[in-house]
Design a protein around this ligand. Structure first.
Ligand SMILES: Cc1cc2nc3c(=O)[nH]c(=O)nc-3n(C[C@H](O)[C@H](O)[C@H](O)COP(=O)(O)OP(=O)(O)OC[C@H]3O[C@@H](n4cnc5c(N)ncnc54)[C@H](O)[C@@H]3O)c2cc1C
Ligand code: FES
Length: 293
């Protein structure tokens, strides 16, 4: 068995841009020092505020963009101030320091063969736009399904439309109330589009767990592969504290058991996957969707 490689680092990053993004969200751009590996879409980092901070533990945040300016790596985040940690984050000004651990976890396998279909709910749009740019660089086009309850919650809709048009991908919008695009949810829209697309479909999704569970079930029932970016409350983000469990499917549990005790120990537990190291992106068959909260 090969030894897993540690690719993450803990660095002090500088705030380079911070602005309101609409629909109650903020966009934060951090410049990280040389040596910080460029994250791939679907990976995350842990953000820890400088002392004094109202929270002790870092907060996990998906990487929404990664670009180089003058040889320096900048990573962007789309976040909502929902509690004490993210509200403190919202007070950061350009030039402030944030401690960043990353890149962490497994991202989307974007090279997988098939027609790429990206399914985003709410703020899930940002990491998937990053994925769409990567897919476009490999001269493939993706179908991008983007949904929210209502039009005003389609965060970053104008940017999504512009970027996807630029890279030759197609945007399909769904709102529950029909205020923009298809009336219904993203899975209903996916079901409607699927017959027009070249199989096999390879779905990459990011959004609330309820939406991801519905996408996973649709994929398993329709012979598609689906990679879902999961979340869990996290402490370490690096597999040490065992605090971010997600229930494995029977199939995944049996595979871990068959690999033997050493593999089971490395992977945490045959019954439970760790969101931070086994994920956060999981293929639909890896998890027990009946027990995902
Ligand atoms: C891998 C990963 C990627 C994430 N990416 C993003 C992102 O790109 N943008 C973003 O806005 N948020 C993201 N989150 C969620 C973000 O980490 C939480 O919102 C944040 O930790 C809340 O911290 P707080 O101190 O502001 O709120 P707290 O006071 O700690 O919590 C406020 C409320 O949010 C709930 N909460 C906390 N963490 C989560 C979570 N992970 N999932 C669901 N509910 C939670 C709490 O139960 C509570 O109800 C991500 C989480 C994970 C695990
Ligand atoms: S957050 Fe500590 S093991 Fe995942």
């Amino acid at each position: 068995m090969s030894t897993p490689q540690r690719t993450w680092r803990q660095v002090a990053a500088k705030v380079r841009a911070h602005r309101e993004y609409g629909a109650g969200f903020h966009w934060l751009d951090l410049e990280v020092p040389t040596g910080f590996a460029a994250p791939v879409a679907g990976q995350f980092v842990q953000l820890l505020l400088d002392f004094p901070s109202p929270v002790l533990l870092p907060r996990p945040m998906s990487v929404a963009s990664a670009s180089r300016r003058g040889g320096r790596l900048r990573i962007g985040f789309l976040y909502a101030p929902v509690g004490s940690g993210t509200r403190a984050l919202a007070k950061l000004a350009v030039g402030d320091t944030v401690h960043v651990t990353g890149p962490l976890g497994r991202g989307y396998p974007l090279a997988e063969r098939g027609t790429p279909v990206l399914v985003a709910g709410g703020r899930g749009v940002a990491p998937l736009l990053m994925a769409a740019d990567v897919i476009a660089k490999s001269r493939r086009r993706c179908e991008f399904v983007f949904g929210a309850r209502t039009a005003s919650l389609l965060v970053g809709h104008a940017e999504a439309r512009e970027r996807l048009a630029r890279n030759g991908s197609r945007l399909h919008v769904a709102t529950d109330d029909g205020s923009r695009g298809f009336r219904g949810n993203v899975v209903q829209l996916l079901d409607k589009l699927a017959g027009k697309l070249e199989p096999p479909l390879v779905i990459h999704a990011c959004g609330p767990h309820g939406m991801l569970a519905a996408v996973a079930r649709w994929a398993m029932a329709n012979g598609a592969r689906a990679h879902l970016a999961m979340e869990s409350v996290m402490a370490c983000g690096t597999g040490v504290c065992r605090g971010c469990p997600l229930p494995r499917s029977n199939e995944a549990r049996d595979r871990v058991l068959a690999e033997g005790a050493a593999a089971a120990a490395l992977k945490g537990n045959p019954e439970w996957a760790m969101c931070c190291t086994d994920g956060p992106v999981f293929e639909s068959r890896e998890l027990d969707w009946e027990r995902v909260e």
